[in-house]
Structures are given as C-alpha cells and as structure tokens.
Design a binder for this molecule. Sequence first.
Ligand code: GMT
Length: 374
Amino acid sequence: MKIGITCYPTYGGSGIVATELGLELAIRGHDVHFISYANPIRLDLEQPRVHYHEVEVSTYPLFQFPPYSLALTSRMAEVAELYSLDLLHVHYAIPHSVSALLARGMLAARRRLPFITTLHGTDITLVGADRSYYPITKFSIEQSDGITSVSEDLRRRTMEMFHISNEIRVIHNFVNCDMYRPARSGRPENPYTPAGEKVLLHISNFRPVKRVLDCIHILQAVRKDAPAHLLMVGDGPERGPAEGLAHELGLERHVTFLGKQSHIERLLPLADVLLLPSQLESFGLVVLEAMACGVPSVATRVGGLPELVTHGHDGFLEAVGDIPAQAARVAELVTDADLHRRMSEAARSTAESRYCSSLVIPEYERYYREICGG
Ligand code: GMT
C-alpha cells in the first residue's frame, strides 16, 4: 500500500510510534510517505520505500499565528495525488486529523482518500478536553474513516469525553524486540554511574504530567536502603526544577541529567529499574521499551499502564504521588536479586509474547485493508 503518515516529529511517544510504524511498514514492502514540518527524530531515510515531505509554513505580517494546519493540508493533498496514496494515517488528533479531513474533502471529486486517526493520550486528555479545541477534536474524530487508540483505557476515556459512537479500534503500542533487548553478556559498561551503585532510570519529555520531581524524592528514599544513582534522560519544562531539587536535597552527585538521547535502546540495558511516576499515561511506551530490555518498572496505576504491567509479576504499580510506596518497590528490586531476576525475565517475556512489532504491525495492516475496503 501507499501510506501517508503525519505526526509530531519532535521528542514524544506519538512521534516515536508513528516513525517506527512507518519504518516497519516499509520493511514489509509498503511505500511510506511522512508529511510533517521536520524529519521525525528516529526516521532512517536510507531505508528504501521511506519518503519525507516537509511542510513549509510561510509567514506574512498579517499572520500573528502562521497557519500550519493549512500548509499541512495542502501538502497532504499534493502528496496524496502525486504519489497515489491509498490512505493517510495521522497521529495525534490536533491538528492532524483536521488537516486530513480537509485534504480528503479537497480530493473527493477525483479520488478517495480515507484517513485514520490514532489517538495517543494528551491529544484527548489534555488538549482535546480544553474548551478551545473540544468541538473540533470531536468533529475530526467523528469524521475519521478509522480511529485507533493505543489502549483500552484511552478508548474508554475518548468515548466518555466526546460521546462518540464510532468504533475505536485498540491497537497497543509495540516495540522492536530485536533492537530493544537485554544486554547479551551481563551488564554493559556504564560510563555514567559509579561502579557498584544500582541504576534508576527515568526517560520522558519532562512535562508536568510526568511528575519528574517524584523521581528525585524516590531516589532520596531509596538511598537510605541501597547505594543508587538516578539517570534522567530527556528535556522539557520540569528539567530545571528537577535539577534544582537534586541540589536542594544534596543529591546532585547521585543524579545525572543526560538531556535528549537518540539511542534509548543503548541506555535501557544499563538500568536496574525504570521510574515512571506520571500523573497519567495512556500507554507508557517507555515502560514497554524497558520491559523488552528486561528492565522492570516502578510506575503509577494510571491510564493504560495496568494493561501493560501486571503488578508484582513484571513490574510494580503504585498510586500517583505515593513516594514511600514507589520508593519501597524500587528498594525491593535493588536489594533482592532473585526478585529482580524473576521480574526482569517476566518483563521481557510480556514484551515478546504480546507487544513485538512482528505481532502488532499486522494489526495495523489488517485495519488499513478494512478501511480501504480491500
Ligand atoms: O507522554 C508524552 O508526553 C508524549 C505523548 C505524545 O503524545 O507524544 O505520549 C503519549 O503517547 C505515547 C505513545 O502512544 C504513550 O505511550 C504515552 O503514554 C502518551 N502520554 C500520555 O498519555 C501522557
């Protein structure tokens, strides 16, 4: 098939999922056309059958807000015609599904251009729920030819919040189990943390919803039981406050901020435990990536995380903001080698048996055929 994909190309789960989906589809013989304002972060343009079409947004003195959605619409329609696209697959509802809706309308007299909207989380729970975007989010979801959601929880929230009756297909996030895997021969050399210390890892875009300050408090509590070092990967508005808190608590030597990193699959196997203390996660892709590397997580019991993690079997889930409970779970994992080994194996096995790309990508392919009427 010939598939157009639009996503936010910046650092974020939805862009990563869209990019990796496109790459996997290309490997399976589809022609994939990314249409966005920048080259998606993990996109390998050397891969045959992967194309990238940049959306250029011109600005004029009259435009206080350059109309990106309109430039995107024009590019979508243009690429769809030039490359005979079978469908558009947009990730994150706002504004991508609105642009796809307009592009479909522009071409309607000449060709059918169905579009699928994949809901990722904050497009519904934060942005879509905002009064200024609610009506257009609801309309563009209802007008989509197909809708997928990355978890059952997000599907339910979307239906409740927008009162829509369209079918929403749940297709969970996936991971490349060959690329994300435990280190082959024991723990790889770790240049970031002192030898002999347990490694806690947090990866996110440091938005308030991630509650990154909780990671620093958890480290403080865990260090009462075991020598531990925290690696903080990513960047965003809460990085400064997190660095400040580490200093305030006298923990600056025990926390390393690595900023944005492109090879998460190389960092994950260095860790003993992944921390994700989020307020809300529609899925929690980084937890899955950690599981594939055999790293158990201590995360919060929110959103789609209970669909992914079986508490006490392949990770731990605790209440949002309950630092003592989360820290106690981390301490258990870093002080009990048997428990850690069991959970690490169970985590890898969950990823392999349910979430490998080889299992999930065919679900998208089937859905594409259904929507295209094939
Ligand atoms: O978590 C973020 O801040 C990024 C966000 C995004 O939209 O890019 O991630 C969302 O989509 C990911 C991929 O489907 C999910 O794994 C994340 O759980 C979800 N984030 C939230 O729901 C907060």
